[in-house]
Write a protein that binds this ligand. Structure first.
Ligand SMILES: [Fe+2]
Ligand SMILES: [Fe+2]
Length: 252
């Protein structure tokens, strides 16, 4: 684990201690699973009307994400506190959409549009696969049932990642365009994720959702105020390009 990942787990363990903290966390992940990705799937289903194989994969992927949101919303309700409204400023996919020039609402017409949308879904799945192991570790001591839900969902996200990789390649006009777009989306997502994590830390501290001593609170506020400088980009484990992976695999 990197230092940032250790700090994340340490903070998440604290956040999970109170029902209010768990409800905020679970509602936030549930919103990202369904409401936000829902727009992307609606546009993809429209494009896939003339492509039965693509339609089948999009429909299954969308249904999985809806089910994930239901499972996570049920766990938010199980905390026993009212489900919090997640502020728009903390919705990662909205921020990602803004950073990419607002393409969630653009029609998907060409094969390259399908590739771009699936590469965007791919970087979202790469983030999920990177984060979920930390969520499970943080939840297990206080809410093992929610940790089990993340365990189930994680297996689906790994499958989704494979769909995204396969479909994006199938619709790519060339290897170069695929690679360039993927690397661009990753860099944007890493930056947006770091900014959103920082805003979320500030929100949680400001709303007293995490039980901290005065000293701990002051320390996390310092982390919050300097983290955008220290940690302007938060890469996932998927930092190597496919070409680099192919070269490495051939060399072994
Ligand atoms: Fe999901
Ligand atoms: Fe997924």
């Amino acid at each position: 684990m990197t230092l940032v990942e250790r700090l994340t787990v340490m903070f998440l363990k604290k956040l999970m201690q109170r029902p209010e903290g768990r409800a905020h966390f679970l509602a936030q992940v549930a919103d990202a699973e369904n409401n936000d990705e829902g727009q992307v799937f609606a546009a993809l289903k429209e494009r896939a009307k003339s492509d039965p194989e693509l339609h089948r994969l999009v429909a299954r992927h969308a249904a999985d994400e809806e089910r994930h949101a239901e499972l996570l919303n049920a766990r938010a309700l199980a905390t026993g506190v009212p489900r919090p409204q997640v502020p728009d400023s903390l919705k990662i996919l909205h921020r990602l959409d803004e950073a990419l020039g607002g393409f969630f609402r653009q029609p998907i017409q060409s094969d390259e549009d399908v590739m771009r949308m699936y590469l965007l879904l791919q970087v979202i799945e790469e983030r999920a696969v990177t984060q979920f192991p930390m969520f499970k570790v943080a939840l297990a001591p206080v809410d093992p049932e929610s940790a089990r839900v993340f365990e189930q969902i994680e297996a689906d996200e790994e499958r989704h990642l494979k769909y995204c990789q396969a479909i994006a390649r199938r619709y790519a006009p060339s290897e170069a365009v695929h690679e360039q777009t993927l690397q661009h989306f990753r860099k944007v997502e890493w930056k947006v994720f770091a900014q959103n994590s920082n805003r979320n830390l500030k929100h949680v501290l400001d709303h007293g959702l995490v039980p901290l001593t005065l000293l701990e609170r002051a320390a996390w506020r310092v982390v919050s105020s300097i983290s955008t400088v220290l940690d302007p980009s938060r890469p996932t484990a998927f930092t190597q390009s496919v070409r680099q992976q192919q070269v490495l695999a051939a060399a072994l």
